[in-house]
Ligand binder design. Structure first.
Ligand SMILES: [Zn+2]
Length: 244
């Protein structure tokens, strides 16, 4: 990662933080000891009602020519992180873990109900941690979107007819980088689950959070969802009007 370091933080185990990203800045999330999940929520900084949609992030992409539509199980390097208006909040630039795309993008974050219902007592989960750090931005808990659970190993198992919570594949130092496509509010929760499931291999550890600016980035106007779509079609040589 090149460019000027804007911030360099260590997110302690079982804690959360909120940060602002400017368009073009690059967020790197590093699993310092490996096997740690980080739940991420994202908002348009200038309109907090526009926020992350994991469903659109998984299922809205331009297929290769001749390929039919197939909703995907994950989001990985090269993909957009979309908002509920179906335009990019971020682009996944790089990820080092193998296999790529090992993230949870199918469920909401852990919360007090989750722990209590599994006999672990009433305790804070990622939801409560995130709610606390975005309160200063005037975001109420009910406006927190379903999260992008970075590094969560959460495959769907056809035989079991459900998702499996497996230990992450990340090794110490593995990271993922996102580029902000507009100014953003980002909240990150170092998942506190060390009792119910193997999400963090039953050991909660620290996460590195770095932001860099790209010296070559030229600030772009943020297009409305329809304008953005039309620009994408133009760039890709796809007709805006289907032939009858
Ligand atoms: Zn969690």
């Amino acid at each position: 990662m090149t460019g000027d370091l804007v911030r360099d933080d260590v997110l302690a185990p079982k804690s959360a933080m909120a940060l602002e990203l400017r368009q073009g800045q690059i967020l790197r999330v590093t699993s310092l000891e490996g096997s740690q999940v980080v739940d991420m929520a994202v908002w348009n900084l200038h309109n907090l009602r526009e926020k992350l949609s994991t469903s659109y992030s998984r299922t809205r992409y331009f297929p290769l020519p001749g390929r039919s539509f197939r909703p995907r199980m994950t989001v990985q390097q090269g993909d957009w992180v979309m908002s509920g208006l179906c335009r990019p909040l971020m682009t996944v630039l790089t990820e080092t873990a193998d296999p790529p795309g090992t993230h949870g993008v199918h469920h909401r974050m852990c919360n007090a109900f989750f722990y209590a219902s599994h006999g672990a007592g009433v305790r804070d989960g990622c939801f409560e941690q995130l709610a606390e750090v975005v309160r200063a931005y005037g975001v109420p808990p009910e406006d927190i979107p379903d999260s992008f659970d970075i590094f969560q190993n959460y495959p769907y198992d056809v035989q079991a007819q459900g998702f499996l919570v497996k230990e992450p594949v990340t090794k110490p130092g593995d990271y993922i980088e996102f580029r902000a496509e507009m100014d953003l509010l980002v909240a990150l929760s170092n998942c506190p689950d060390d009792v119910v499931a193997a999400a963090n291999a039953f050991r909660c550890t620290s996460t590195g959070v770095q932001v860099r600016s790209d010296p070559d980035w030229v600030r772009r106007p943020v297009l409305g969802p329809r304008e953005w779509l039309l620009e994408q079609l133009r760039t890709r040589g796809i007709a805006a009007h289907a032939e009858a």
